[in-house]
Design a binder for this molecule. Structure first.
Ligand SMILES: NC(=O)c1ccc[n+]([C@@H]2O[C@H](COP(=O)([O-])OP(=O)(O)OC[C@H]3O[C@@H](n4cnc5c(N)ncnc54)[C@H](OP(=O)(O)O)[C@@H]3O)[C@@H](O)[C@H]2O)c1
Length: 283
């Protein structure tokens, strides 16, 4: 058996996948653009190889001895499909056909402008890959990764999610599921929706943050227009507000209000609640 290549390995999901694979002593290599950053993020003992979707010259060495790939693209990129497709074509040309792709829950409902996950999935299927699609909902880690300043400085959580709900998923659970499906047979052709144990609104999340931070954290439920104006005032690049509004419309429009049985079924334990993650990361 060959090894596993983990793409996006310095990222939120990829680093969790690396951790889970290392724990079960799987044979893997982390594909990274910056070795110094990767060592800091993943520890000195993680096996690293240089890999950049945008640099075809890195593909051959990164896939040496590899027969399975964890494929994930970076966020906030409207043309993610175009970034990933040359690498997918390369894998196919080398007959490396076992791929676990990290997509997102609800992509069939998302606006055309953000159709990149759908395009990548369709290509992987059409090209005959032995595919597992992972569909996590919104990450519990988004509060720390994207809202640290909002929460700690301004005492708000600020997304255009209305009163909609989702069952925020812990990335450590996503890492464990990914490691399992990469190292076991029987997951080819499967589609797994990954959620936490309870579907909650941002009003509920603000209440949890209030308990964890031991100070009032509000959720002002901004309209898309208010959200756009706030990001503009804060000097965010123009493309970010429309991207985030489309992403969070998935919650606002009640497309991701669902608790999936997959994490308990695959891991034999309950999915981690948002409050547990917040206590670890936001207290
Ligand atoms: N956040 C959510 O709630 C959520 C929910 C469902 C699905 N998703 C999906 O999750 C994905 C994002 O994952 P994440 O949160 O783990 O992202 P992240 O933390 O921002 O990490 C992105 C990773 O991609 C790497 N990368 C960027 N450009 C690259 C390139 N040209 N070649 C190779 N690697 C490159 C980065 O490497 P460097 O360290 O070198 O920059 C980093 O390792 C997106 O596809 C998003 O749609 C997110």
């Amino acid at each position: 058996m060959g090894k596993i290549l983990v793409t996006g390995a310095t990222g939120t999901v990829g680093s969790a996948v690396v951790k889970s694979l290392a724990r079960i002593k799987a044979d893997f290599v982390a594909g990274v653009r910056d070795h110094a950053k990767a060592k800091e993020k993943l520890g000195a003992s993680s096996p690293l190889v240089t890999f950049d979707f945008a640099d075809l010259a890195t593909y051959a060495a990164a896939t040496q001895g590899v027969d399975r790939v964890f494929l994930i693209g970076p966020p906030l990129d409207y043309t993610l499909d175009k970034l990933l497709i040359p690498f997918i074509d390369y894998l196919k040309s080398k007959n490396i056909v076992r791929v676990v792709y990290l997509s997102a829950f609800g992509v069939e409902k998302i606006s055309h402008e953000l159709s990149f996950h759908k395009v990548v999935e369709e290509k992987l299927r059409a090209d005959g890959f032995h595919l597992t699609v992972l569909r996590p909902t919104f990450f519990a880690q988004n509060f720390k990764n994207y809202e640290w300043d909002n929460i700690t400085k301004y005492k708000i959580t600020y997304t255009p999610s209305g009163n909609g709900k989702t069952a925020f998923v812990d990335i450590a659970d996503v890492g464990d599921v990914t490691a399992k499906v990469l190292t076991e047979s029987g997951h080819e052709g499967k589609d797994y929706i990954l959620t936490g144990p309870e579907s909650i609104s941002y009003h509920d999340a603000a209440q949890l943050l209030t308990e964890v931070r031991k100070e009032p954290i509000a959720y002002p439920a901004p309209t898309p227009e208010q959200f756009t104006e706030t990001l503009k005032q804060a000097g965010a690049p123009d493309f970010i507000a429309p991207y985030m509004i489309q992403v969070y419309s998935m919650i606002a429009n009640h497309h991701v209000d669902y608790v999936s049985p997959v994490i308990p079924q695959l891991l034999g334990r309950a999915a981690t609640p948002l409050k547990t993650v917040l206590l670890k990361e936001m207290a």
